[in-house]
Design a protein around this ligand. Structure first.
Ligand SMILES: Nc1nc2c(ncn2[C@@H]2O[C@H](COP(=O)(O)OP(=O)(O)OP(=O)(O)O)[C@@H](O)[C@H]2O)c(=O)[nH]1
Length: 365
């Protein structure tokens, strides 16, 4: 089974934290400057020609404040505002082609907009968006004499040069952003995944768990279970067979876990020989079956990696809506500790209902 790719995870995280805050701050500044420039342009335009030529330039000062307001209204507001800005800029461009393409100054903006789309939408969406806007510009140019009562637009050679500059800027920004994204993803992987086992590290893992917990708060039917998995007597392997043997065991165990969990599950290394598996959308009973399979398989897969079979103790808890992350992990830890103190090599689980944890499964080791 395939696990979440680091790319999916990076995308998930990049939508929520510091990255978004920086982007919002930048958009506040850029949009405010845009409003001032557009008002000045409208004023100049109004002195030179008929009122309707001002419409494209006035769109931005009219709608940008509303979008800035949406931008600060949580995650949904942010998504809508970002797309809204892209729509606003496209409308401004295409209407601009329709009304003002007899002025060579209009071409100055052509290479600027592809960069804006990449910033707002990411390079993949921006590429499609740019293709659509290029078509819109051509249509606007062709309709210019009809809308402007016989007034001639820029000569075709000037317009085509503008289009080429636009397409070139779009390709360059796409290529550049792609390179940056690859680099960012590599940095993210290094910062988020444990080099020895490939399991996710504690901090990003906790962020993801917190996200699933708040999802479960909003939709109580959406269960989340976690399994805290700790290898038994691991110190003895290190002491008797050396650290390298211990490392091999850790790698063997995590490979086995990864092979059995589902695509949307997460494996996190909390530290040392302690791991957490997040089972989104899974009740404790179902997660128990999977954990029990793992418990049974681990001695077999570590056979040969160490002189004696390695066993695990697992504490399994289902999230109770409203509880804190520390409480959920505390319950899982308490259950794992119960498994350790009652003979090791077992899975202990509670029902996930309110009240004190109760062990409903206590398989024979
Ligand atoms: N080889 C190796 N050992 C590690 C790593 N991280 C932590 N350890 C060792 O893991 C061992 C954990 O020992 P303990 O916490 O006593 O746990 P244990 O021996 O498994 O005992 P129980 O949990 O009670 O079953 C320590 O010896 C750590 O040095 C690692 O990355 N590689």
């Amino acid at each position: 089974m395939t696990q979440n790719t680091s790319r999916d995870v990076a995308r998930d995280l990049s939508q929520s934290d510091e990255f978004v805050r920086v982007k919002i701050r930048f958009m506040d500044i850029a949009a405010s400057i845009g409003v001032v420039v557009a008002v000045l342009m409208s004023y100049v335009e109004l002195r030179q020609g008929p009122w309707f030529r001002v419409v494209p330039a006035m769109l931005f000062p009219l709608f940008a404040p509303l979008l800035l307001y949406r931008l600060h209204r949580g995650y949904r507001g942010y998504e809508q505002a970002v797309t809204g800005f892209a729509v606003l800029i496209s409308a401004q461009q295409i209407l601009g082609a329709l009304f003002t393409l007899n002025d060579v100054v209009a071409l100055i903006w052509f290479p600027v907009f592809p960069l804006t789309y990449v910033f707002l939408l990411g390079y993949e969406r921006a590429l499609r968006w740019n293709a659509a806007v290029l078509i819109g510009l051509v249509v606007g140019y062709l309709l210019f004499p009809v809308v402007n009562e016989g007034l001639q637009p820029l000569p075709p050679i000037a317009f085509c040069t503008g289009l080429l500059a636009y397409a070139f800027a779009a390709l360059l920004s796409w290529q550049d952003h792609k390179d940056v994204s690859v680099y960012q993803r590599r940095l993210y992987e290094q910062a988020s995944y444990d080099g020895l086992t490939g399991a996710m590290m504690r901090e990003p893992g906790m962020e993801i768990l917190a996200r699933f917990m708040s999802q479960a708060d909003r939709q109580p039917a959406q269960a989340v279970s976690v399994a805290l998995l700790d290898l038994d007597d691991f110190k003895r392997i290190n002491d008797e067979e050396g650290h390298l043997a211990g490392d091999r065991v850790l790698q063997g165990v995590t490979a086995e876990v990864r092979a059995h969990i589902r695509g949307g599950d997460y494996l996190i290394r909390l530290g040392g020989e302690e791991f957490l598996i997040i089972f989104p959308g899974m009740q404790a009973e179902e997660a128990y079956a999977l954990s029990e399979t793992l418990r049974q398989r681990i001695p077999a897969v570590t056979d040969g990696l160490s002189r004696r079979p390695v066993t695990t103790s697992i504490g399994l808890a289902q999230y109770r809506p409203g509880e804190a992350l520390g409480q959920l992990l505390g319950r899982a830890d308490h259950l794992m500790y119960a498994a350790k103190t009652t003979g090791k090599n077992k899975v202990c689980v509670d029902e996930g209902a309110n009240g004190s944890p109760r062990m409903v499964f206590d398989p024979v080791a």
